[in-house]
Design a binder for this molecule. Structure first.
Ligand code: ASP
Length: 341
């Protein structure tokens, strides 16, 4: 269902802040040397002068990293920069590597609960300077979307805007690299820009809270996973665990049962969140014995959340927890903060 339609003619010129964090979009190299972050200059506008027609754009370089090197403290720094400038711009565009863009978009969604205008992440599979690049279209789309009334953190890629905390990188090779299998796009960019009706309403600004707990361990469950490996990990300072379980949230409960280690984690006040390895559908811990055993041991189901959203939300929730961490996580996963479930 569509809520709005946007054409090219604009009544007034909008202002956008473009924050650069790195990624392929501005990289050089490749074949035979690996692609690496390049010195970022005003090249962006020289290469793509049409951006000046979209809005008045100010740009700032926050980092210049391959996004595989992004860390939770980078998310906080980026969120703080967005929070500090949002009121002065109609929207913010974040240029970011594709590899961890879904994590950063999820983290920003949870670190910026009060936003009333768009924060649009984008990147590219091929660098801007190449002839056959997806960077030009993605950048133009991201900048256009940043001028619209879409008060969410989103990922603009492959002619779509996806809700950031529902998105996943699904393709390491194709230009249409992102999807949000359990949430329809917020906008689709064809001949016109069609804005969907499930875009969240604007939310009033709240003070920025930089607290985050990076000591979260995410483990993909697989047949044969030895629970002793997880028991050992619990002694390394882990503050929260996300188990990417099978299907509706099932874990082995017979041979190599994970139920005792879940109970042990919970007894140590280490919350265990169960997400699914499936891109569609929801975690329902009551459906099978493996899931219900985990729930009885104290695990928390992540519903329809992606693993990226579950990991980042747990980090943000634990960063704010003052007492009982399991209770804080349970409370955080009971309600949606940014349309993540
Ligand atoms: N490795 C790159 C990055 O995530 C990939 C990309 O940008 O597409 O920074």
């Amino acid at each position: 269902m569509r809520a709005g339609r946007w054409y090219d003619s604009r009544p007034d010129v909008k202002r956008i802040l473009l924050l650069h964090t790195g990624g392929t979009l501005m990289m050089r190299g490749g074949d035979p040397s690996p692609l690496a972050p390049d010195v970022y200059t005003a090249d962006l506008f020289a290469e793509l002068p049409v951006l000046r027609k979209v809005a008045e754009i100010e740009s700032r370089i926050l980092f210049n990293l391959d996004s595989s090197d992004m860390q939770p403290h980078h998310w906080v720094e980026l969120a703080a920069a967005v929070h500090a400038s949002l009121a002065r711009y109609d929207g913010v565009v974040v240029v970011h590597g594709t590899d961890t863009m879904a994590y950063t978009a999820s983290a920003l969604s949870f670190l910026l609960p009060g936003i009333d205008r768009p924060v649009v992440l984008t990147g590219a599979q091929r660098p801007l300077m190449e002839v056959r690049t997806d960077a030009r279209a993605n950048l133009v789309d991201a900048c256009m979307l940043a001028t619209m009334r879409i008060p969410e953190v989103g990922i603009a890629f492959g002619s779509k805007l996806l809700r950031g905390c529902r998105a996943m990188k699904l393709d390491a090779w194709g230009m249409d690299a992102f999807g949000s299998p359990s949430c329809a796009p917020l906008a689709e960019l064809g001949v016109t820009v069609e804005i969907a009706s499930h875009v969240l309403p604007a939310r009033a600004a709240v003070p920025f809270d930089p607290r985050i707990e990076p000591r979260v361990l995410a483990v993909r469950v697989f047949p044969g996973l030895d629970p002793r490996l997880l028991t050992g990990a619990l002694r390394t300072g882990v503050r929260g665990v996300v188990l990417e379980a099978f299907g509706a949230g099932n874990v082995p409960h017979l041979e190599n049962s994970l139920v005792p280690v879940i109970a042990e984690a919970v007894s140590l006040d280490i919350p265990v969140v169960i997400a699914s390895q499936c891109a569609r559908g929801a975690v329902d811990l009551s459906r099978y014995e493996g899931g219900s055993g985990a729930a009885q041991a104290g695990a928390i189901g992540a519903g329809t959340m992606t693993s990226e959203a579950a990991v980042t939300k747990l980090m943000v929730a634990l960063g704010r927890a003052t007492g009982d961490r399991v209770a804080a996580a349970r409370e955080a996963f009971r309600t949606a903060w940014a349309g993540e479930m």
